[in-house]
Design a protein around this ligand. Structure first.
Ligand SMILES: [Zn+2]
Length: 230
């Protein structure tokens, strides 16, 4: 069973996925630090508890995707691609700089979003020294038997998590369906200011469209159906 959940400020603000198989729970991403309570509620709503969480899969190392992990016990493994695991350990940092953001603050949506980010703990340090890398392209022995799909662009180690048996892809920020800084809804790329490598992000969207999955569980915005290739 896979369920998509959103921040109390809305799925466009931050979203994550809860996977339940038997008594085991797996998370994909976790929202902002301010979403920790909603994250816990999304697990207990399945009838399980935080003690049942066997691992957390991370699409990328930004605070709106890993901030909620502070609610989990320290022994729960945090997994991503090798490159993104190093990013999670804060061996480097790839994100929108305050300087770039300052040049966009004249846009009302960007200004409002920035205030909400600050209120949600967006400046908190979220280094995760225990983050470990997994092999991409291989099914993992975890609930839903997920596969890490390299989708560089938003960050260089970004991965989407494909659940082939369920026809679901949890895309993180490789493709979203809403964002507080966007006037559009539906599957879309984030604004170029959020992309570490905009050209790679375009190519990753094409790679995602090639996966055998008919449901998209994005890192921002509600889940949508999309047609897999024939
Ligand atoms: Zn994000």
């Amino acid at each position: 069973m896979l369920r998509h959940h959103g921040s109390r400020r809305g799925t466009g603000f931050a979203a994550w996925t809860v996977v339940v198989e038997g008594t085991d729970v797996l998370l994909v991403d976790s929202g902002y630090p301010g979403d920790a309570e909603a994250l816990v509620a999304s697990v207990t709503a399945t009838g399980r508890s935080l003690d049942d969480v066997v691992a957390v899969l991370v699409t990328h190392a930004h605070v709106d995707h890993v901030g909620g992990l502070a609610a989990l016990p320290d022994h729960v493994p945090v997994l991503s691609s090798q490159g993104e695991a190093a990013h999670l350990r804060r061996e480097f940092l790839e994100q929108l700089t305050p300087t770039t953001l300052a040049t966009r603050l004249w846009r009302p949506r960007v200004a409002r979003w920035t205030v909400d980010v600050l209120r949600s703990g967006g400046l908190r340090d979220v280094a995760l020294p225990r983050a470990a890398g997994v092999e991409t392209g291989a099914r993992l022995d975890l609930p839903g038997r997920p596969v890490a799909v390299p989708t560089p662009g938003h960050t260089s180690g970004h991965v989407a998590w494909h659940f082939p048996d369920d026809g679901v892809v949890a895309s993180g920020d490789a493709v979203v369906t809403a964002h507080p800084t966007s006037a559009r809804t539906g599957a879309q790329l984030l604004d170029a200011m959020f992309q570490h490598d905009p050209a790679a992000a375009e190519a990753s969207l094409a790679a995602l469209r090639g996966l055998d999955a008919d449901r998209l569980f994005p890192g921002h915005g509600p889940p949508v159906r999309w047609a897999p290739p024939r």
